[in-house]
Design a protein around this ligand. Structure first.
Ligand code: MSP
Length: 507
């Protein structure tokens, strides 16, 4: 089984923000989880560097185009590292190897007779890099950017998208989980049912882009150029291998709701026209909204929410993003919200559980974990996680999976309270009971750490080390009775040390 996951490639007209990081982290969680399942996994992200907007912004800022693009591409690459994404490759669409494959792809569609020459006259929003009908506008302005589209008239090459409605509808019928969540599937399907217009796939007035192979006076439309990255990157990501035979079409695209139509309608049609297979699945997530008022109240205008990773750590940010909103829906993030979950869920539920468990092992058992039979109750709780979190991750339900894991964390906390190991320790006659409780706690925490590894990899590693356990992250180890004997366990230092309350943190 192979699992190939992508993020959109981000425009380099600006620097990365928390919204980009959100998609990248989501794809990373999926990639890490599928590696845990032992599948051949490939995770792609990168930057979209062509289009009319990028030269325009470079010029506005008085910067050399190449230098501008390189600088922002570097910023995106750094964001990827900063959030601890485990991508296998980072594609840039200005890479010549990509350009060659874009030409090859377009030539195939041309050879298939699916491209014709025409004149485009209409309204164009350069921020969206998309044409609009008068009826799409809101008071004459682009619905996404609120700017006035320009009138453009030029000779273009058109792709016969209109001829693909039936094939796309059949595809949607045959694959009810082609697009997730379901309401996004319905939205994409409605676009197709409403009827599709042919789309222009070239630009006559621009120079910044990949030349159209049969007419080098034009460049390929930036969206066509960009979508092809998902396929082209596999051809050159590894110097010695073409990964396409193994990984195409095992691809899952993760994207925001703003670019649904390009991915769920236009991209499959382009692939069909090129004689290639359509993606396995697309997951469309919602938007993260900033609680601007709260953010600025406590932070002034100094801090970029991505900097919260520096204040709280990367793992707390990764955790919070999928806890605050159901993945798929919109959600509002705030500094207070992050702070509160940091203290209550990470600090108390998880951090204190590890501190208490290791302190008791150190104190009552001289730092030794003895392997004894655990309780059926904890074994059941661990099995539930493997099934529920595993099943939910299969459906891209990151929030549901995290909740299933947290259920185990809560049950372990209840177990401590109920069994009161400090009482057991007072009575030599109950030593076996105490051994069992300590084993349950260590084993449960170990299983939680393995299950959490995709979300909070550094934390997971610290838990396993504090408990003297192997860093074997195979998903099958989210099972009871896998904790091994260990010695030298010491009371662990807090996983999530106190951070000053919001406001103070920013000072
Ligand atoms: N370059 C195109 C994508 C081409 S893919 C073949 C593009 N780039 S973008 O820089 O604008 O990135 C858009 C994507 O960034 C969204 O689809 C989403 O994945 C992510 N997000 C940007 N802002 C976001 C939020 N506020 N919230 C959630 N995700 C957001 O479109």
């Amino acid at each position: 089984m192979s699992f190939y996951v992508t993020t959109p490639i981000y425009y380099v007209n600006a620097t990365p923000h928390i919204g980009h990081a959100y998609t990248t982290i989501a794809a990373d969680v999926l990639a890490r989880h599928h590696r845990q399942l032992g599948e051949e996994t490939f995770f792609l992200t990168g930057t979209d560097e062509h289009g009319s907007n990028i030269p325009r912004v470079a010029e506005e800022q008085g910067l050399d185009l190449r230098a501008f693009v390189d600088r922002n591409a570097t910023a995106f690459r750094e964001m990827t590292e900063r959030v601890n994404a485990s991508n296998d490759f980072f594609i840039r669409t200005t890479d010549e190897r990509h350009g060659t494959l874009v030409q090859e792809f377009l030539q195939r569609i041309h050879d298939a007779g699916e491209i014709y020459e025409g004149v485009y006259a209409g309204l164009y929003c350069s921020r969206c890099e998309a044409f609009y009908n008068e009826s799409d506008l809101v008071e004459g302005l682009c619905p996404q950017h609120g700017i006035r589209p320009e009138f453009v008239e030029e000779k273009n090459y058109f792709f016969r998208l209109s001829g693909y409605s039936n094939r796309l509808l059949r595809l949607y019928d045959q694959r009810p989980d082609f697009v997730l969540p379901r309401f996004r599937y319905n939205e994409a399907r409605r676009f197709i049912e409403l009827g599709l217009d042919d789309i222009s796939v070239s630009r006559a007035t621009q120079r910044w882009g990949v030349p159209v192979p049969w007419d080098p006076d034009q460049v390929v439309y930036v969206w066509v150029d960009a979508l092809i990255n998902y396929w082209s990157a596999l051809a050159f990501a590894r110097p010695d291998a073409d990964l396409r035979p193994g990984l195409w079409p095992e691809v899952r695209h993760v994207l925001g709701k703003d670019i649904l139509k390009f991915h769920c309608v236009i991209w499959p049609a382009l692939l069909l026209a090129a004689g290639l297979e359509v993606p396995k699945q697309l997951f469309v997530h919602g938007y993260l909204l900033l609680d601007e008022r709260k953010m600025s109240k406590s932070l002034g205008n100094v801090i970029d929410p991505l900097d919260l990773a520096e204040v709280y750590g990367v793992d707390p940010l990764r955790f919070y993003l999928f806890r605050v909103a159901t993945f798929g829906q919109d959600g509002t993030i705030s500094l207070e919200g992050l702070h509160e979950r940091y203290e209550r869920e990470l600090g108390n539920d998880l951090g204190n559980l590890l501190s208490r468990t290791t302190a008791m092992i150190a104190r009552y058992r001289e730092g030794r974990i003895r392997v004894v039979a655990g309780s059926a109750e904890i074994a059941g709780a661990i099995d539930d996680v493997r099934r529920a979190a595993g099943g939910r991750l299969e459906k891209f339900d990151l929030t549901g999976a995290l909740e299933a894991i947290w259920e185990l964390v809560r049950r372990l906390n209840q177990h401590v309270e109920r069994t009161a190991p400090w009482e057991l320790a007072k009575d030599d006659g109950r030593a076996a009971e105490l051994d069992r409780v300590l084993y349950d706690l260590a084993d449960g925490l170990r299983a939680a750490a393995v299950a959490l590894a995709a979300f909070v990899p550094e934390t997971s590693d610290r838990i396993l080390r504090a408990l003297g356990q192997r860093d074997d992250l195979a998903w099958t180890r989210v099972a009871a009775g896998e904790a091994v004997a260990a010695s030298g366990i010491e009371a662990a230092s807090p996983l999530f040390p106190r951070v000053d309350a919001p406001g103070v943190a920013a000072a």
